[in-house]
Design a protein around this ligand. Structure first.
Ligand code: F6P
Length: 461
C-alpha cells in the first residue's frame, strides 16, 4: 500500500556525525496513520521534503523508518512555495473553508498562473513517484487538497493501480467552485472524479458531487464518493495523558487556574478556527453575566501554523490583541480572564483537554475537527462541548453537544453560560453520551474504509 501525502510521517535532522535523526511528523493525517502503518512491512509513504534534514534524507534515497518505506521528494523551494503557500493554502484552503473576502480576493493574474503551474508540477512529481514505485495493482491512498491532481495523473498512466483520494477539509459548493478559473476547476474536478473520493461527512461529499457536476456537466463520469470519518486513537491519547510532560503541564495549569471553571480551546492559529470571535463571545459573557467574573478562566492553547502566509501572521496578532482587550477590560489583581499560550506542545494540549469544564470549538468551517472527539475521551470533569455546526464532527456529535453558531456572538455567549451553569447530573449524562459518540470510530476504521473503497468494496461497519 502507498500513502501519498504532502507531509511525511517523520522529519529528519542531521546529527554531528552525519547520520540522520528522525522525529515524528506533525498534523492529523500523520497521527492517524502512523500507528496503523508502522510495523507493516509493505507500506510506502511518498511526501515532500520540508525541513533541511528532509532534503538530506531525500538525497540519500529511500529511507526505511519503523518499516515504512519513505520516499521524500526534494522539490525546488520556490516550487514548494507556489504549491503549498500560494495554491494549496491561500487559494484552495480559502475556497473550501469559505474564507475569501470576495470584494477583494482572489485575483487570478499572471502570478497566480505561475503558482498554478507550480501546483501542477508538484502534483506531477508525486504522481511520477507513485507510478515509478507502485507494484502491479497496488493500492494508493492520496491525501488532501494539496494533491488533488495526483489521482488523474496516476490513473492515466497506471490504470492497474487502485487509487482513492481523501479530503480532510470541507469541499466548497457549486457556487464557490465557480470562483476558480474555469480550466483550474475543470482540471481539479476532472482529476478527483477519476477515482473514489472520500470525505469526513456527507455534507462535504454532497458539495463535492454538486461542484463536480456543475463543472464537468451532468453526463460526466464521476467515480462514487464515500464518507469515512476519522476517530481518535484513544489508547495513544491516554498514553500521552499519562506522560511526565502532560502531568507537569496539568500541574502548571492547576496552579494557574485554581478551582475556577475552565473554558478551553486548542487549535492551530488558523483563521477558519474563528479564535478571535471566541474571545469576543467570552467578552460578552463576562459583560452579560457578572456572576462569572473571577470564577472562570478561558485557557487558549493555540500554536503557530503556516507562517509563510501573511494572513496567518496577521491573525496571530489579532488573537493577541483580542486577548489583551478582554484582560484589560475585566482582569483584576487576582484574576487573568484569558490565559493565552502559543507554544506548539501536544502534551500540554492533552493536559488541557483532561481539565476543561467547557471546550469551545467554534470553527467557521472544518473538515472534521478531531479535537471535538479527542476532548470528550480525555476529559475527567464531565466537560461540556460547545461545537460549531460548521465542523464536520458536528454531524456525529450533535445530540450530545451545545451548538455554537460561529458568527453569532450573542448565541455563543449564551451557550457558554448554559454550559458553565449546567447541573452536575445533566453534565454527566451528556458527557457519557458524548464519550460513546466520540469513540464510535477509530483510525483503523477509517483506514479500513479507504482500503475497501480502493478495492471497490463497500466497507464493513
Ligand atoms: O485539515 C487538513 C490538514 O492538511 C491536516 O491534515 C493538517 O493537520 C492540517 O491541515 C495542517 O496542515 P499543514 O500544516 O500541513 O498545512
Amino acid at each position: 500500500m502507498i500513502v501519498v501525502a504532502n507531509r511525511g510521517p517523520f522529519s529528519f535532522t542531521r546529527r554531528e556525525d552525519g547520520s540522520l535523526a528522525t522525529r515524528r511528523g506533525a498534523g492529523g493525517v500523520v497521527s492517524a496513520l502512523l500507528p496503523l502503518l508502522s510495523g507493516r512491512p509493505d507500506t510506502t509513504w511518498i511526501a515532500a521534503a520540508i525541513a533541511p534534514g528532509d532534503r538530506l534524507a531525500a538525497a540519500r534515497g529511500e529511507q526505511v523508518v519503523e518499516e515504512i518505506h519513505l520516499h521524500l521528494l526534494d522539490l525546488d523551494p520556490e516550487l514548494s512555495r507556489l504549491h503549498y503557500d500560494v495554491v494549496s493554502n491561500a487559494t484552495l484552503w480559502f475556497l473550501h473553508h469559505g474564507l475569501f473576502d470576495l470584494i477583494r480576493q482572489p485575483r487570478f493574474d499572471r502570478r497566480f498562473r505561475a503558482a498554478w503551474e507550480g501546483y501542477v508540477e508538484v502534483n506531477r512529481a508525486f504522481a511520477d513517484r507513485v507510478v515509478g514505485v507502485a507494484a502491479e495493482h497496488e493500492i494508493a491512498l492520496v491525501q488532501d487538497y494539496q494533491l488533488a491532481l495526483v489521482p488523474g495523473l496516476v490513473r492515466s498512466r497506471r490504470p492497474d493501480l487502485r487509487v482513492v483520494h481523501f479530503t480532510h477539509t470541507p469541499f466548497c459548493g457549486p457556487n464557490s467552485i465557480r470562483v476558480l478559473p474555469d480550466d483550474v476547476a475543470t482540471t481539479l474536478c476532472g482529476s478527483m472524479a477519476s477515482v473514489p473520493c472520500g470525505f469526513h461527512t456527507r455534507r462535504w461529499a454532497r458539495a463535492y458531487e454538486a461542484s463536480t457536476r456543475e463543472v464537468l456537466g451532468d453526463d460526466a463520469d464521476i467515480a462514487p464518493w464515500f464518507v469515512a470519518s476519522l476517530g481518535p486513537d484513544a489508547a495513544a491519547l491516554e498514553e500521552v495523558a499519562a506522560s511526565p510532560e502532560a502531568r507537569a503541564s496539568g500541574r502548571d495549569l492547576d496552579d494557574l487556574v485554581g478551582d475556577r471553571a475552565v473554558i478551553l480551546r486548542t487549535d492551530r492559529i488558523e483563521p477558519s478556527k474563528n479564535v478571535v470571535r471566541g474571545f469576543l463571545a467570552y467578552d460578552l459573557l463576562l459583560e452579560q453575566h457578572p456572576e462569572w467574573r473571577e470564577r472562570v478562566v478561558f485557557v487558549a492553547l493555540v500554536y503557530p501554523s503556516r507562517q509563510g502566509r501573511p494572513e496567518y501572521l496577521a491573525y496571530a496578532q489579532e488573537i493577541e490583541q483580542a486577548v489583551d482587550r478582554v484582560n484589560e477590560r475585566w482582569g483584576t489583581d487576582g484574576w487573568v480572564p484569558v490565559l493565552l499560550d502559543t507554544r506548539d506542545d501536544f502534551p500540554r494540549s492533552v493536559a488541557g483537554l483532561t481539565r476543561y469544564d467547557v471546550l469551545l470549538v467554534n470553527a467557521m468551517r472544518d473538515g472534521l475537527n478531531l479535537v471535538a472527539k479527542e476532548g470528550p475521551l480525555l476529559n475527567r470533569r464531565d466537560g461540556v462541548v460547545c461545537l460549531s455546526p460548521g465542523a464536520g464532527a458536528f454531524d456525529e456529535l450533535r445530540e450530545a453537544v451545545l451548538p455554537v453558531h460561529p458568527f453569532d456572538l450573542t448565541q455563543t455567549a449564551d451557550a457558554l453560560h448554559r454550559a458553565l451553569s449546567m447541573p452536575p447530573a445533566e453534565r454527566a449524562a451528556l458527557a457519557g453520551r458524548l464519550r460513546d459518540l466520540a469513540a464510535a470510530r477509530s483510525p483503523s476504521d477509517w483506514l479500513a474504509d479507504l482500503v475497501a473503497h480502493a478495492e471497490g468494496e463497500e466497507p464493513s461497519r
